[in-house]
Design a protein around this ligand. Structure first.
Ligand SMILES: *Cc1c(COP(=O)(O)O)cnc(C)c1O
Length: 376
């Protein structure tokens, strides 16, 4: 099945019980047992719910993994995956990882004895040097937020296998429409489905997909034990969102390419970060592992004052955190999404005060460019 068909026919395309062409919202917590332990596959909705299961089957197929899991947020999915590890284990992570991931690792996992080191995962030697005897996993986000750094998934997966580590990839920015990390050697993929998969800024959700039955058993144990599951209504909304993922990602791609080219030529913009630009350091690498570059563009307007002035003037770019929806959004990472990262660390990472991030939507490209032109 090709990508676009899979978005529509993947998972459980119809309700196996009624033939309804969409799996309904099974708003139910418990299920009748004919005898003790004899049931139709469902006992209690924390453990399994038919609507959630349809979504879990769908994301499993889209990511080409063995088993999928749906959680109440991206962070709940990431927390569940980190809960596969034990006190005393060490995890390596991409240095400019999502702020919430940085926070859970440095402020929550650290309390329960899980150690971590942040490395530049575009540098294989730096990863090798950071591996310790107790290192258990490499957690990669690619492309990253907000600087759109791209890690070579194939190369890190070889390194990880040699050292017996698990490779976990946050695939939120690329989505399985453009990039399937498991086919490139990853063991686990995580998503903030709040972003492109949902696609309409109307649901907070997280997904995880694993590449083996063994990891599937382990993660299901954690999902059921901790209980940070996605409810049936939100599962249904996500399935609905995913049906148009292809259409949206194609439209976003066209708009983003045009905006990146426009910004790169603009005299008030000193630097543009977008993997689709030839000037991007990992443009060629990006083409070898993803079929599209996505809709996030960051650019530097020189100062906090310039960034704030720009935000105030734009009409079609809504000032908001989050990304990946049909409407274009704009933010200043240093003040918003990355405010929880200490100032010195932000400077090290290159997240300057004049850095503006946009999440390109599906509006008419002429309106979007005119808007940016006028605001700049
Ligand atoms: C938003 C985001 C998360 C966290 O997801 P939530 O759904 O907000 O909990 C994790 N990773 C990336 C790359 C994100 O953009």
């Amino acid at each position: 099945m090709k990508r676009k068909t899979k978005l529509i026919h993947g998972g459980l395309p119809t309700d196996p019980h009624t033939g309804a062409v969409n799996v309904p919202i099974y708003q139910v917590s418990t299920y009748e047992q004919e005898e003790i332990g004899v049931h139709k596959g469902y006992e209690y909705s924390r453990t399994g719910n038919p609507t959630r299961f349809a979504l879990e089957e769908l994301i499993k197929e889209l990511e080409e993994g063995k088993r999928g899991f749906a959680f109440g947020s991206g962070m709940a999915a990431i927390h569940a995956v980190f809960s596969l590890f034990n006190a005393g284990d060490h995890i390596l992570l991409t240095d400019d990882v999502y702020g919430g991931t940085y926070r859970i690792v440095s402020k929550v996992l650290s309390r329960i004895g899980i150690e971590s080191t942040f490395v530049d995962t575009t540098d294989l030697e730096a990863i090798s040097k950071a591996i310790r005897p107790n290192t258990k996993a490499l957690y990669v986000e690619t492309p990253t937020n907000p600087l759109l750094k791209v890690t070579d998934i194939r190369a890190v997966s070889e390194l990880v296998k040699k050292n017996n580590l698990l490779l976990i990839v946050d695939n939120t920015f690329a989505t399985p429409y453009w990039q399937t990390p498991i086919t490139l050697g990853a063991d686990i993929v995580v998503h903030s489905a709040t972003k492109y998969l949902g696609g309409h800024s109307d649901v907070v959700a997280g997904l995880a997909v694993v590449n083996s039955d063994e990891l599937g058993e382990q993660l299901h144990f954690v999902q059921n034990a901790i209980g940070g599951i996605l409810g049936p209504q939100d599962s249904w909304l996500l399935i609905r969102g995913i049906k148009t993922l292809g259409l949206r990602m194609e439209a976003i791609e066209q708009n983003a390419k045009a905006i990146a080219a426009f910004l790169e030529e603009h005299p008030k913009v000193s630097k543009v970060y977008y993997p689709g630009l030839e000037s991007h350091a990992q443009h060629e690498l990006s083409k070898t592992q993803a079929d599209g570059f996505g809709g996030i563009i960051s650019f530097d307007v020189g100062s906090d004052a310039n960034a704030v002035a720009l935000l105030k003037k734009v009409k079609y770019f809504t000032l908001a955190e989050s990304l990946g929806a049909v409407e274009s959004l704009i933010s200043v990472p240093a003040r918003m999404t990355h405010a929880s990262i200490p100032v010195e660390r932000r400077a090290e990472l290159g997240i300057t005060e004049g850095l503006v991030r946009i999440s390109v939507g599906i509006e008419d490209i002429e309106d979007l460019i005119e808007d940016l032109q006028a605001a700049l």
